[in-house]
Design a protein around this ligand. Structure first.
Ligand code: SAM
Length: 232
């Protein structure tokens, strides 16, 4: 399959996401498999934010997919706190270029993200806070510019759900190293989840050691199965 250059992260020789239906892919692997809507609904009733963690931010496709997913649910007054990390932040122009294939599906969400991201000084490491108002409620995007383990060490809360999206383990083992996944386990609420498209044995073992019960759930596109973990 022909892959345009701008979709490939030159630091890892791997693309940011599958070209076709990458919004549907995120919604299957990270939202539907994790029963996210029902879990978010129960959190609205308790008047607390639903806390998400992500490794790594990349072009923001999962954030856009989440906003689109929640906007088409009939839920309102949702507060999402989305904590994510990126070692090699993209320029807003390149991000827009990468996301532009999804404009017919999520135009407003893409524009909202890009507008907010333009205000971030990507040359400054550490936390950057972005607030994005949406029809469903509000998304607080906390982006750590720097290395994933540093972000985890500085994260002072437990997440309800983690989206693990750090390139394939063969091309980027650093995003799947046991010490990092162990810290993800520590920063997850009991009963919280993690999800990933990779079913690599190394990742499964490290997530299990980090306190997750691992199952394989339906994948998307060419991928028959993906991983889900539930924190013991
Ligand atoms: C597969 S891409 C993420 C795609 C993104 N979730 C999206 O949907 O657009 C993985 C990202 O992790 C970043 N990354 C890789 N290793 C990292 C590390 N050790 N710490 C922080 N970010 C890292 C990469 O630069 C890349 O942008």
């Amino acid at each position: 399959m022909f892959i345009p250059d701008y979709l490939v992260n030159e630091h890892f020789g791997d693309r940011y996401f599958d070209v076709v239906n990458a919004i549907d892919e995120a919604q299957q692997i990270h939202f539907k498999n994790n029963n996210l809507l029902a879990r978010i609904k129960s959190v609205i009733e308790s008047n607390t934010p639903f806390i998400i963690g992500e490794t790594g931010f990349g072009a923001g496709r999962i954030v856009v997919s989440l906003m689109e997913y929640l906007n088409k649910s009939n839920l309102e007054n949702i507060t999402i706190e989305y904590n994510t990390v990126e070692l090699f932040p993209l320029s807003s122009e390149r991000m827009l270029n990468i996301l532009s294939g999804f404009r017919n599906r999520a135009e407003k969400e893409i524009d909202n993200l890009i507008k907010a991201y333009r205000a971030v000084d990507i040359d400054i490491n550490g936390w950057h806070q972005i607030k994005i108002e949406q029809p469903f409620g509000c998304l607080y995007l906390n982006l750590w510019i720097g290395e994933a383990l540093e972000m985890l060490n500085s994260l002072d809360k437990l997440c309800d759900a983690w989206f693990l999206d750090g390139h394939c383990p063969r091309k980027n083992p650093s995003m799947w190293r046991p010490e990092l996944l162990m810290e993800i386990g520590r920063k997850t609420k009991k009963g919280g989840t993690c999800s990933s498209y990779t079913v690599s044995g190394v990742v499964k073992r490290a997530l299990s050691d980090a306190g997750f019960d691992i199952v394989k759930l339906p994948g998307f596109g060419g991928k028959k199965e993906v991983l889900q973990g539930v924190k013991r």
